[in-house]
Design a protein around this ligand. Structure first.
Ligand code: XMP
Length: 517
């Protein structure tokens, strides 16, 4: 991947935090890309390189598993910051350095004493709380290096060689547990690498619009599937800005969408922005494929395949269009077996229901391919994408189907859609959605007895799923005020004919998951 902006190359040495480093660098306003160790030197040579960050990693420099880093990275004449394992590797390969193998890891907070608050530690003085996670440690530093900070357990917490502009930190400045971590990274980016600080929404948007224009040319046409979510919306916006009415959007109504979803999408993209949008009513096709299916995985597969079939049929109508637009994000692209250079892409397989067949024989246009989710929102906001779409809760590709436990029928979809609409609108009206990751209703395959007026009812139960999370990987159930819960429950039971009981899901992830299927 090459970039037109001056960038920082982050060499992935196997750390769980590599993506976080890239995000922190970008949040600070500098372009960054990630390279697997084995490809790093080539990638570095192909970009306008402002500096290199060597990530942490689980290996020991002495182990057979040590990532194959090319020492040529230290000869490119740019500043290098080694974080944790990255620092150990530098000290191991440079003359005079020595790394001591350790059997145990040091993990957690430690107090670091700063002896020299200059350069990387400019303005970072006294005692600083830092987050450590390492096994081996540096025993002696290479010639030309000096010590800037240490802790009780780690004599070389920060080291620097100002002449060669090589820096090493044993702790993790990228994690939020490290005080002043952002300042330390900023010192590296601006004080040491002299980055231009041009990575802001406006610049990102302009750059991606320009790239789409160049790729698609004067008369190319793009077909793009909108999902109603943020990513495809922002991708469409960028392509539309680039080529106007040569973009054709397709929105598949699979009958598993939330209430008003079709009208929000049509209003935002067609009426408001004037995009060419075709809404395909494919509800019967999807529900037909789901008839009698109760196994969660089979449901997901049926939906995925049907989506591809429907999209392929629609795309045929645009057979003059030679490009296919997609909202693929950077985390989906970064190679996972990065350290040893495998080519396996990280794909949240069961999550990528929108994955399209490659036999469409169209060239891909992926304007978000180099962006993280938070950057996508920023760019979308800058370009004027409807706030209702930008701030949407994540919604799974298979839609309401994974929230209807058991068989999915039109009637059950209707029940859930109504109940879910009450949950969403009440929580938003109360302003309680701030800080929540998702809040929705789940229809259970359970009937129970109730009494309404003087009559006995025997109807469905639904669960409220309200979660807090940073990224969907882990989650905790979110607290809602009892009065608000009461209101939601009363409204569902009174207004949704067919539901007579509401229960609250108080499970965290792990061991549960956010969606029920
Ligand atoms: P789970 O249920 O795995 O969900 O805890 C984690 C997050 O992912 C969303 N999710 C999906 N998103 N396609 C998507 O685009 C899917 O198939 C899918 N399944 C789950 C879920 O809503 C939650 O935010």
């Amino acid at each position: 991947m090459s970039s037109e902006s001056r960038g920082i190359l982050i060499v992935d040495l196997g750390a769980q935090y590599t993506q976080l480093i890239a995000r922190r660098v970008r949040e600070a306003g500098a372009w960054s890309e990630i390279a697997p160790a084995v490809k790093a030197l080539d990638q570095a040579r192909g970009m306008d390189l402002g500096g290199i960050i060597l990530s942490g990693g689980p290996a020991s420099v002495y182990s057979d598993e040590a990532p194959p880093v090319d020492p040529g990275l230290l000869e490119l004449g740019v500043p290098v910051l080694g974080i944790c394992y990255g620092m150990q590797w530098m000290c191991h390969v440079l003359d005079g350095g020595e790394v001591l193998a350790a059997d145990e890891r040091e993990y957690g907070h430690t107090q670091m004493q700063v002896a020299d608050a200059t350069g990387l530690l400019d303005g970072v003085e006294g005692e600083v709380r830092v987050w450590m996670s390492h096994g081996d440690r540096v025993e002696s530093i290479p010639s030309g290096f000096r010590l800037q900070a240490s802790s009780a357990t780690c004599p070389f917490a920060v080291v620097a060689d100002d002449a060669r502009r090589f820096y090493g930190v044993q702790f993790h400045p990228e994690v939020s547990h490290t005080e002043r971590g952002r300042d330390i990274l900023r010192n590296f980016l601006y004080g040491i690498c002299g980055m231009p600080g041009d990575w802001v929404a406006e610049g990102i948007a302009e750059r991606e619009i320009r790239k789409v224009r160049e790729l698609v040319g004067e008369d190319g046409e793009v077909v793009l599937g909108l999902s109603g979510g943020v990513d495809s919306a922002v991708a469409a916006m960028i392509v539309h800005k680039a080529i106007g009415d040569r973009l054709h959007c397709i929105f598949v109504d699979n009958g598993l969408l939330r209430k008003n979803e079709v009208s929000v999408v049509e209003e935002a993209f067609h009426q408001h922005l004037g995009m060419d949008l075709t809404t395909v009513d494919a509800a019967d096709r999807f529900l037909g494929k789901l008839a009698g299916v109760t196994d969660p995985e089979l449901k997901r597969k049926a939906i995925g395949y049907t989506f591809i079939d429907v999209f392929r049929d629609e795309a045929k109508r645009f057979n003059h269009a030679n490009f296919l637009g997609q909202g693929t994000l950077y985390p989906d692209v970064i190679e996972s077996v990065a350290v040893h250079g495998g080519n396996t892409a990280v794909i949240k397989s069961h999550h990528n229901v929108g994955g399209l067949p490659d036999d469409l024989e169209m060239e891909l246009v992926e304007p978000l391919r180099e962006l993280f989710k938070d950057e996508v929102r920023e760019v979308g906001r800058h370009l004027g994408v409807d706030e209702r779409i930008l701030m949407r809760q994540p919604f799974p590709g298979p839609g309401l189907a994974v929230r209807i436990v058991g068989e999915v029928t039109q009637e059950r979809c209707e029940l859930l859609r109504e109940a879910d609409h009450i949950v969403t609108s009440e929580i938003q009206a109360a302003g309680a959605h701030e800080g929540l990751w998702q809040y929705f209703a789940v229809l259970l395959p359970v009937k129970s007895v109730g009494v309404m007026g003087d009559a006995r009812t025997y109807e469905n139960a639904c669960a409220l799923r309200i979660v807090e999370s940073q990224d969907g990987m882990t989650a905790d159930w979110g607290y809602l005020d009892h009065e608000l819960l009461r209101k939601i429950s009363n409204r569902i039971i009174n207004e949704v004919r067919g539901i007579n009981r509401v229960v609250l899901d108080i499970s965290s992830k792990p061991p549960s998951t956010i969606e029920w299927e």
